[in-house]
Design a protein around this ligand. Structure first.
Ligand SMILES: O=P(O)(O)O[C@H]1O[C@H](CO)[C@@H](O)[C@H]1O
Length: 319
C-alpha cells in the first residue's frame, strides 16, 4: 500500500488547503473502471450528452460571473470537484474547481472551471484525467484554453494565440501523461502527435475572429508547457525563443496528448496575459494577479469567441 501523507497547500493567496497525496502516484493510477464510475456518477445526474468539452484557463474560469460565458450557459448543473468520485481538487486561485454542464447557444457542453497543474503536486496523468472522464461521458471535441506569456515579439497583452502545435518539453525530460501501462480501451500505445491541433477548427476559428472584427489580435503559434510554478528566467526564455516557442505556460500539453490518445478532436487557444521579459534591464516581474486581470479584461471577447466556435463545431461536425 502506498504511504499517504497530508500536504498543506496554499491557493496563491496564502490560504491553506489540505489535500492527501500518495508517495507512489503510479501505483495509485486510476483505472478505466474507476473512470467509468466517475462518468456514471455524472451521467446519472445529467440528462443530456455533451459532445464538446471546454477547459477554462487561469482567470478565464470566471465565466460564472455576469456577462461571462458561464452566465450565457443555460440549464446549468454544477459539480464541485470534491463531490465527484476520483476527481482531484483545484488549489490555484482563478481555478474555481467545478465541472459545469449546460447549454451554450443551445449546444450541450461540459466545462471545467479550473484545471490541474503539475506544480500543484499532481502527476501529469492525474492533471489530465478529467479529459478521459469527458471522453467516457461522450465528448468528442475538446476546447482547451490557457493563459500564457507571449514570447513572440509581435504579440501584445490581451491577444489570442490559436495553438497550432506544441513542444512537449516535459516529455523531453521523460515525463508524459501516457507513461505506464497502456489501456487500449482509451487508445494506442504510440499515438501520433503531428496532427494534434485540428487544422480545420483553426481555420474556422480564424474566420470567427474575422467575422468578429478581432483578426488583428488573433495569431497562430507554438505553445510550450513548463512544470512551474516559478515563471521563467531570461536565459530560459531566450532558449525557448530559439526553439520556436511563441507562448509559454504551465498546462494544456498533457491534456491535449491525453485527448488525442483517446481520439478527441482538439482546438486550443492561449490568452496572452503578459509579455515575457527577455532582457536583464527590464524590471517588470510577471505575476499571477496580472494573469487573472487580463483574463477578466478579455472575458467578454472570449465569451463571444468561444460561443461562436462551439456553435460552429456543433453545426458543422457533431453527429
Ligand atoms: O495554464 P493556465 O491554467 O491557464 O494557467 C497559467 O497561469 C498560471 C500562472 O499565472 C499557470 O498555472 C499557467 O499555466
Amino acid at each position: 500500500m502506498p504511504e499517504i501523507i497530508k500536504t498543506n497547500l496554499t491557493n496563491g493567496n496564502g490560504v491553506q488547503k489540505q489535500r492527501s497525496t500518495s508517495f507512489n502516484e503510479e501505483e495509485n493510477k486510476i483505472s478505466y473502471e474507476s473512470l467509468q464510475e466517475t462518468s456514471k456518477y455524472l451521467t446519472d445526474r445529467v440528462k443530456f450528452t455533451p459532445k464538446i468539452g471546454i477547459i477554462c484557463g487561469s482567470g478565464m474560469g470566471g465565466y460564472w460571473k455576469a456577462g461571462s460565458l458561464a452566465d450565457a450557459l443555460e440549464d446549468k448543473i454544477e459539480f464541485p470537484y470534491e463531490d465527484i468520485p476520483h476527481f482531484p481538487r483545484s488549489t490555484v486561485e482563478g481555478h474555481v474547481g467545478k465541472l459545469v454542464f449546460g447549454h451554450l447557444s443551445g449546444v450541450p457542453i461540459v466545462c471545467m472551471q479550473g484545471r490541474f497543474h503539475y506544480y500543484e503536486g499532481y502527476p501529469l496523468w492525474k492533471c489530465a484525467m478529467p479529459v478521459r472522464v469527458m471522453k467516457l461521458i461522450g465528448v468528442d471535441y475538446l476546447i482547451a484554453t490557457n493563459a500564457a506569456g507571449g514570447l513572440n515579439p509581435t504579440y501584445n497583452i490581451g491577444d489570442i494565440m490559436l495553438v497550432k502545435d506544441h513542444i512537449n518539453l516535459m516529455g523531453f525530460a521523460g515525463n508524459n501523461p501516457l507513461q505506464g501501462p497502456n489501456d487500449d480501451r482509451f487508445g494506442i500505445r504510440f499515438p501520433p502527435m503531428n496532427q494534434a491541433y485540428d487544422r480545420q477548427l483553426m481555420k474556422d476559428a480564424l474566420q470567427v475572429a474575422k467575422d468578429m472584427g478581432i483578426s488583428d489580435i488573433v495569431h497562430e503559434g507554438v505553445y510550450t508547457c513548463l512544470g512551474g510554478p516559478n515563471f521563467e528566467t531570461v536565459a530560459e526564455l531566450k532558449m525557448l525563443k530559439m526553439l520556436g516557442v511563441d507562448a509559454v505556460g504551465m498546462s494544456t500539453v498533457h491534456e491535449v496528448i491525453t485527448a488525442r490518445h483517446c481520439q478527441m478532436t482538439v482546438f486550443t487557444f492561449s490568452l496572452i496575459t503578459n509579455c515575457c521579459v527577455t532582457d536583464y534591464d527590464t524590471y517588470e516581474l510577471p505575476n499571477h494577479e496580472e494573469v487573472m486581470d487580463v483574463g477578466k479584461m478579455r472575458q467578454g471577447i472570449l465569451k463571444d469567441f468561444v460561443k461562436t466556435v462551439v456553435l460552429n463545431i456543433s453545426k458543422k461536425y457533431v453527429k
